[in-house]
Design a protein around this ligand. Structure first.
Ligand SMILES: [Zn+2]
Length: 387
């Protein structure tokens, strides 16, 4: 199938729908070595970038691959090298207690570097924590959390921005979900000292390309006849969400929908990592991602699992999966996956078009006869649910 057609359909699907409801997988809570990848993905997030991490433990060393949805800057390289060097230094002096590790100068220095690099995210989490305490102060879990805080610091420090390091450390002790300082990994460093002194750390380059896109009108006309097309376009331009999407994707809602255009597409970090480690002999591949996967990444992973790969990824498995029009196909299994995913895109476009026609033309006798109420109910109950 022509790639241009696939990407053009993706743009049309995205213009009509932001998220797709899809059966969820079980929530995966990382432990052991997976937790290190997970923590690295957490502390590598700056602003709103998405980061994906894979770690391979070999007999005498470990390999870490990291991808993000943007270019690696000088400060990112410095930051990653500092994490790598500190882990290597700690492993040279291991074993040591948790307390000893945390009172080391290099660990204190690393903690403050992490807090600085992730300051926006930490502020955001800290605000959420304060809000949750205020809103749920009568709940038992908040009461016991505050009791625990009292044993470590003054409870008022939670509301003091200057004490953010202390509260982060307390949260870390209380619940590793708020772990921002690699604490749980220290235990592994103790047991596997040699691995961190021989660490290969690779920052993967982003994979970006410019993709030509067919006009919105041309794709939509494949799904409707001339009469329906008129109704559909009118309905879409009346829908504020679709109108906004069209402007965003095609640059306008007039002549722009009739013109060929281009789109800068990029390989999402999880697939950048996945395609770079698929050649390894390990049967199990774990990828930690800092944000939940999108609809097409999820679909690709399911597709590759059916090929025999045991791929596990972190992140919440929410029912709704976002559609991104700048999503890029991986080279691996490209043709086969493109045909498979196109069926999904066709279904999304088809359902949304029918929804728009029914919703907008309920007064029109001819169309309401064609798409009667029964059919409307049927579409409403299909797995692709309109948000
Ligand atoms: Zn994705």
């Amino acid at each position: 199938m022509e790639e241009r057609k696939f990407y053009s359909k993706l743009c049309v699907a995205r213009s009509l729908k932001s998220s797709v409801g899809k059966r969820c997988l079980n929530e995966f809570v990382p432990s052991g070595w997976d937790k290190l990848s997970y923590n690295l993905a957490t502390i590598l997030v700056k602003d709103k970038v998405v980061v994906a991490v894979n770690l391979r433990v070999l007999s005498n060393r470990c390999e870490i691959s990291i991808a993000k949805d943007g270019v690696w800057l000088e400060e990112d390289h410095k930051y990653v090298n500092k994490i790598k060097e500190t882990l290597a230094n700690i492993s040279k002096d291991a074993p040591m207690t948790f307390k000893q590790t945390h009172s080391r100068e290099d660990m204190i220095d690393l903690s403050s570097t992490i807090l600085n690099y992730c300051s926006k995210i930490i502020r955001n989490r800290s605000d959420k924590l304060r809000k949750s305490i205020t809103e749920n102060k009568d709940e038992n879990y908040i009461k016991s959390f505050l009791e625990f805080v009292k044993t470590r610091i003054n409870v008022d420090d939670i509301y003091n921005d200057e004490k953010i390091v202390s509260i982060s450390t307390v949260c870390c002790e209380w619940d590793h979900a708020l772990n921002l300082c690699l604490v749980s990994q220290i235990l592994y460093v103790k047991q596997n000292t040699h691995l961190f002194s021989h660490m290969d750390l690779q920052l993967l380059d982003p994979v970006v390309m410019i993709q030509p896109i067919l006009p919105w009108n041309d794709i939509v006309k494949e799904f409707v006849d001339q009469v329906e097309y008129g109704y559909l376009k009118e309905a879409c331009l009346k829908d504020s969400m679709i109108k906004r999407n069209l402007k965003h994707i095609y640059g306008g809602i007039n002549v722009e929908l009739n013109c060929e255009s281009s789109n800068e597409i990029y390989l999402h970090p999880i697939l950048n990592i996945l395609t770079s480690v698929m050649n390894h002999e390990e049967k199990r591949i774990f990828i930690a991602v800092s944000k939940r996967t999108c609809f097409l990444c999820d679909l690709y992973i399911r597709f590759v699992r059916d090929k025999g790969y045991n791929i596990i990824f972190s992140g919440s498995q929410k029912f709704y999966k976002k559609l991104y029009n700048r999503w890029k196909l991986p080279d691996r299994y490209k043709e086969e996956f493109m045909s498979f995913a196109q069926l999904e895109l066709d279904q999304i476009i088809g359902n949304e078009i029918k929804y728009e026609l029914i919703y907008d033309s309920s007064d029109d006798e001819a169309l309401s006869m064609e798409y009667d109420e029964k059919e409307f109910e049927r579409f409403k109950n299909m797995p692709f649910i309109r948000l």
